[in-house]
Design a protein around this ligand. Structure first.
Ligand SMILES: Cc1cc2nc3c(=O)[nH]c(=O)nc-3n(C[C@H](O)[C@H](O)[C@H](O)COP(=O)(O)O)c2cc1C
Ligand code: SF4
Length: 457
């Protein structure tokens, strides 16, 4: 692979990279000034569309197209910068804000100009204490330099920007949960339509974009649309931040063209550099927890917006890879995943509230050595009956729960069955007795899924 020159992380490790002075000395804010002084909002939107920039927050929605959904006649536009970053395994937004806060602020200026934004809110997860102070310091500096507020770059453009801290809920990363939380309410996702472009913050037209999506903008306007399009694959253009965690030699955040393979990310010299202590890879969850799992044999999957679907994954997600080593007990992995979604479901929708909890109880029972072969069918069946895909939920959280759980059960079925067959019946009985009766009786509670009707308990 030809040596790739990082742009999103180009200021990483540069002394004083958080300050306006250093950012400007390295060409910062020149793109925003050019855009605001020389372009119109419509031409900016057209350029972003032409660049092929797709949202980096998980769904991969084209950024320029999202902006063009705003109603043409509007007095107020709000812009929410999604810095909630709660997806397990994901930390690229943190790296961007921590090391180069002005890059994000410049991206906000460009996006704000294109969308005629009046107020931008950076919605940041509460656990980002240090990052909050870094961003606030940078924002104060930017205000002092006339980059936010009135008469930006001496033009008629005005835009305010505030940082709003969340209260620590995964679901507040979902764009309408974020909007509710921003308004001071419980972070419950809203039924759509209306979509935020029509009715978002305070019922006004609103755009929600991820931190990394916005950080791409200064580079698109500095280096040009063709440069951006020349990086990556056909439908997945531009640079991408990949993060990797688990027992690899170099767990970190890396920048690469969209479309590197999962194997490159784990073993490449420029990336994870292979496994620690001679371990092998059992599997990898390549895009933040919600996308699902790849087995070792599937590691040549390209991490772009298309190829992941050939491997039964939900999407590229956030490209935050979690490596599962060969010595990990797959039952524990499953229980851990199921627990996360069960505790993060906001509870509004029955299938999500009950389904995530039900899956956790079954996964826990399996992990404790009291599973049944039929549990594997049951849990898979539940994953097929929850989420936005079958149209049974308000938001995508249960889809994000279903994909890792279903793919792990399907792709590691043999391993689960081996564990279950080798269970000591005496021990199983003890565990079952000790478990909450609701867990013990799960398969016989309520209507049995179609696939299990007629089969022994
Ligand atoms: C449960 C859930 C959690 C989410 N968490 C985040 C998050 O932490 N950060 C983020 O940018 N997007 C998150 N999203 C996606 C957002 O709803 C939204 O699509 C995204 O912020 C749009 O930005 P983009 O178009 O720039 O990707 C989440 C979605 C769901 C369903
Ligand atoms: S799908 Fe789940 S997380 Fe989303 S709104 Fe419904 S209950 Fe809440």
């Amino acid at each position: 692979m030809a040596k790739f020159e990082p742009v999103l992380l180009k200021n990483l490790g540069v002394e004083g990279s958080r300050t306006l002075k250093v950012y400007r000395s390295r060409g910062g804010y020149a793109a925003a000034e050019k855009v605001i002084k020389e372009m119109t909002p419509d031409t900016v939107i057209e350029s972003v569309k032409a660049s092929g920039l797709r949202g980096r927050g998980g769904a991969g929605f084209p950024a320029g197209m999202k902006w063009s959904f705003l109603p043409p006649e509007r007095k107020v536009t709000y812009f929410c910068i999604n810095a909630d970053e709660s997806e397990p395994g994901t930390y690229c937004n943190r790296v961007l804000m921590e090391n180069d806060p002005h890059q994000l602020l410049e991206g906000i200026l460009i996006a704000g100009f294109a969308t005629k934004t009046t107020v931008a809110y950076i919605y940041m997860r509460v656990e980002f204490h240090e990052q909050f102070h870094i961003m606030q310091t940078a924002l104060d500096e930017a205000y002092k330099a006339g980059l936010f507020g009135k008469k930006i770059f001496g033009t008629d453009l005005s835009m305010e920007c505030y940082i709003h801290r969340g209260a620590g809920a995964y679901v507040c990363g979902e764009e309408t949960g974020l909007i509710e939380s921003l308004e001071g309410k419980r972070g419950w996702p809203r039924i759509k339509p209306p979509f935020p472009a029509i009715e978002g913050v305070f019922q006004k037209p609103t755009v929600v974009n991820n931190v990394e999506t916005l950080c791409c903008l200064p580079h698109i306007f500095e280096r040009g649309v063709d440069w951006f399009k020349s990086i990556g694959t056909e439908n997945s253009t531009g640079p991408k931040l990949y993060t990797i965690s688990g027992p690899v030699k170099r767990p970190s955040c890396f920048e690469a063209p969209l479309g590197i393979t999962c194997r490159d990310l784990i073993f490449g010299d420029d990336f994870g550099q292979g496994m620690l202590d001679g371990r092998k890879v059992k599997g990898c969850i390549p895009g933040g927890l919600s996308v699902g799992v790849l087995t070792e044999a599937e590691l040549d999957c390209k991490l772009d917006f298309d190829d992941v679907r050939n491997y039964g994954l939900l999407g590229l997600g956030t490209a935050g890879a979690i490596v599962i080593p060969d010595d990990a007990d797959i039952r524990q992995v499953l229980a851990n995943i199921a627990r996360f979604y069960s505790s993060e479901s906001c509870g509004q929708c029955t299938q999500c509230r009950e389904g995530t909890n039900w899956m956790y109880k079954i996964a826990l029972r399996i992990a404790l050595g009291a599973g049944r072969i039929s549990d594997l069918d049951l849990i898979e069946n539940i994953t097929n009956n929850m989420g936005m895909m079958p149209g049974l939920s308000i938001c995508g959280l249960p889809d994000g729960a279903a994909f890792p759980i279903r793919t792990i059960v399907q792709k590691f079925r043999g391993e689960f069955e081996d564990h279950i067959r080798r269970q000591d019946p005496g021990y199983t009985k003890t565990v079952l007795k000790r478990l909450n009766p609701a867990v013990y009786e799960l398969p016989v509670l309520g209507r049995r899924p179609e696939s299990l009707v007629g089969q022994p308990e």
